[in-house]
Every structure is written in structure tokens, then in C-alpha cells.
Write a protein that binds this ligand. Sequence first.
Ligand code: ARG
Length: 600
Amino acid sequence: MNELKTQTEKALVKIAKSKKAVKDLPKTGDYLFFKIKKEIAKIVSELFNNKVIKTSDLNISLPPYHIKADLSLEIFSISKILGLDPKKVSKELGLVINKNKTKFIESATTAGPYLNLKLKKNVYGEALAEVTVLEEKYGKNDKNKNKLAIIDFSSPNIAKPMSVGHLRSTVLGQALANIYEATGYVVVRDNHIGDWGTQFGKLIYAYQTWGDEKAVAKNPIAELNKLYIKFNEEANKDPELDDKAREIFSNLEKGDGKIRKLWEKFSKLSIKEFEEVYDILGIKFDTYLGESYFAKDAEDEVKKALEKNLARKDEESDAIVVDTLLGVPSFLLRKQDGSTLYISRDLAKIKFRIANFKPDIILYVVGQEQKLNFAQLFELVKHIGYSNKTELKHICFGLVIMDGAKMSTRKGSVVELKELINQSVAMAKELILEKDKDISEKELAKTAEIIGVGSIIYNDLRQSKEKNISFDWKKMLNFSGGSAVYLQYTYARIKSILKKVPGEVSDKPIFKNEDEFNLAKKIIFFPHVVLEAQRHDSPHLIATYMEELAQLFNSFYNSVQILGTEDEELKNSRLILIASVATVIKNGLTLLNIKTSDKI
Ligand code: ARG
């Protein structure tokens, strides 16, 4: 119980600190992208009877390659709000823009459902200045200031292998946490460890009967998992074992000292092992509030549900059942033998979270197989009346597929996940050596880790989370696109140019060719992409954006001489441009929790 208090207080301290840090974030409205939108919103509003148009009502995108315009403004969403004919809106808006001087827009042309815009040349100087000034803060914004999110992720089960699914949750959860923070949220990263349930009765029985203390100390999760499997095999032959295990669990719930000690030992050893994976990935949780802390309170929740007539005792089995709630099928809230369940412990946890942290939102980053569970949980919470001010959201994700089949961990420990990461690092090493035979041992190890770990994370995050994702080494470590290393390499390439000549900030960069304008324009969109990734809980939007940016850069890089540019002013402009590209790639990768290195 004390531990619960300590952790809660620690989290509250971190919340207070983060609240202060939010004040240093760039203001959303100060970004060029949003200023352009605001300018358009104002023009539209003035033109059409002062009807309020929010910047978020406007959709601005980069027009396809063959269209000679800088930006495309989508008209339907505006005409819908105005209740006017889109053709009329487009035409009149175009006329006004072309007639009056605006700060950012030079001219407009109607094109079907779009109004194509040309930007004034001074916009580009402002865009690059933004990046240079804000640097590692570029893209971050204060849109969600004063909001708090709890992100429940990773959450493996003790004494059990950490699955590939848990790895997905870990990678996705951390990226979401970073992205939420980058848009002004204060975030609490919570690991809802699976550390309670009747299976621990079985495990303790198995340990007491067949366990080898030394072996468990050496390789905790693998050994404990073996013991658990052995229990199930033996219980098949001798069903009485199940009764014994149930009794042990019931004693654990009652607080039996000796049993509790064993359970604590298993729990500590497991978390220590999980932390090896978190360390490699560079992830720190604010709290490790596992299910066990909420077992007692879960009982109160069950009682409350009974009192509110949301649940009933099943005459035959004595279990507590919740009958069909709005759209969700019936489910159990307490087992026949009186023990609490996963869902009721989650119920108690919600109450705890709301009471202590008052979150605006709680994200549960858990695989698609628990979709029904969360639908049931959230519906019940709604009926009980806890979450009026707290949005509950299941961030659901698909499976990891390797060679056409679901990927899984079998050996029974995190060893396997570590092996997976190590394999990626080893492959990265080979790739680096192909490019640079003379690299020092130290440098090689460092860079290989950055690439190897980055590849695993990026492979996950570049694919839309709902889909099953593929795990394909060749693609993951492809230097020429679609991988972390492609971005990391592009970044390092730029850094090596800048090392030779750093470039000086200029507020009037001059650009000559199309590639330059395209790159600068793409950079303007980054703050918007970060916000979209947060709004849609979709880190892959950032990945897609960065790949497009890197492609634009590479086409630019292939078409012009940067260091060899004769005109000094143009050369400087190009240096500032590529420095901005590097900053954006770095910031984007950092949001995905991927490291960069100046030398690859
Ligand atoms: N331990 C669970 C599992 O491995 C995931 C827990 C997710 N979080 C939650 N609050 N239910 O399946």
C-alpha cells in the first residue's frame, strides 16, 4: 500500500514539473502554417457575412507535383460550413485574394474542389528562420496545454514472456507519449503490470514443489514460465493441484506473509528483466502500478455495480455478471470462487486514476484481441458515472507478422526480445562495415545500436497501427527508403556537409529551383503533422512525412551542388535549407523515440 502512495506522490511531482515545462513550448498560433490558415480564415469570414471559420476547419495540403501552385485549399469543408455553393465560394475567395494584398499569399486560382495558392517569396525566409530559432523545439506546440493524459502501455505479465505484442505496445505507447507531450499534454507513463490473478497460486505451488532458487535467480522469467507450464501439465494428470493452487492464491489475497514474499520476489525479478528491454529502447515509466494494487478496491467496485443494479449475482454459479449493456455483450465481474478479475481491477484503477490525477484522457495501448474487454469496461464505467470528464480510449493495434505467420516469443523470457534487438544491431554492424571499413570499434558499436534499435522501432511505427505489420529484415535495414536508417543516413549526410561549412542564418534566402521551394514548403507543414499525429493517435503520419521530406531532400541533393554553388548567397541559402531539413528529421525521429548520429 505504501508503495502505491510513494509512486503516486512521485508522479504528482513529475506532473507539477511538466506543467511548468509546457510554458516553454512554442505557441501553436505563432507557427507560419497556422498563421497562413488564420489569414485565410479571416478573409473567408469577412467575405461571407462574418461567419466564424476556425483554422481547424481549413484543409491545406501540398498540391500534387504537376500542379504549379504552392498550396491547395480544399473548398468543400468551407462551403459546407457556410452553406453555400462551393463554386461560388471558390470563385469569390479567389477574386478577393487576387485583388487585395495579403501577408502570405500572392495569388489564387480555382481548380475544381480546390483553390490553389501561390505563396509570397518572403514566406520561405520566415519558414527557415522558425526552424533555426526553435531548433529542437520546432514542431512542438502548446495546443493541448493544461491537459493531462495517462498512457497505459507495455504492461507485460510477470513470470511470463514479454510478447511481441507487448513490444508493439511499448514502442507505440512511448511514441504517443512523446507526441502528446509535444502538443502540450502533461503525460503520465504508466505500466499496468499484470501481476495478479489465480495463476499466481499455480506458480507459487509449482515453485514450492519443483522450483530451483538459483535457476530462477539467474533467468527469472524463463524459469518461472517453465514452472508454470509444468504445473499445467501436472494438473492435467492430477486435478487436485488446481484446488491447492486456488487455496494458495486465496491466502495470497488474504495477505499470508510467506506467500506474499514469494510473489513479491517473482514480481521484482520480472520487472527487473523487463527493464532491460526498456533500457535498450530508452524508455522510463513514471509509475509501475500493476493490477495487484487494485485487487482490494476491485471488490468495492463489484459491490457498487451490484448496488447500482448494473450487475447481478448469477443464481446458479454465484458469479457476478453484468448483463448486456448498450451494445456490448454480457460479461463476468467476479469469478465463481469470489476472486477478482482483470476487468474489475481495471475498473478500480480508473477510479484511482481519476481521483488522483484528474486526467483528461487515458490511453490504453493494447492489442486488438482485447477490443471487447475495453468496450465492456468503458461502457460499464460510463454507467457507473466515473468518466464524465475523462475520455477513455483503447489504442488498438494489429499483430506482427513474420514470414506470413504471427510472430511470437516462445522461449519464455525477454531474452528473445533482446535477441531480436541484438540481431538487428548485428545486421546494422555489417551494413556499416560495408560502407566504412576503417570505423573504430567504439564508433561502430554506438552507431550500430542507434541503427539497429531504430530499425525495430521505426518498422513498427511507419505502418498504420490498426493493421497487422510485417517484420522483414531486408526492408527494415534498407538504406534507400522506408526505414529508420534511410532517415538517419539522410540526417548524417546533411550533418557532414554542414560540418564543412555551417551556413549563416539569413532572413532572405534566395532559391532558384523547384526542389528548393518544395523542400522549404514541406518544412512549413511539420508542426501541423505533429498535431495531426496526436489528434489521430497515429505516429505513422510523422514517419510518412519524414520519408517524403527525405525524398525531396535527396532529389534536391542530386540535382544541385551545395558546397560547389558559386553564388555565395545562394550557397548560404541552400545550407540553411538543408540544416532545417536535418533539424526536422531529428525532431521527428526523436518523437518516435529513435536516435540520430552525426556520423553514419
Ligand atoms: N497485462 C495485459 C496483457 O498482457 C495488458 C494490460 C493492459 N492495460 C490495462 N489497463 N488493462 O494482456
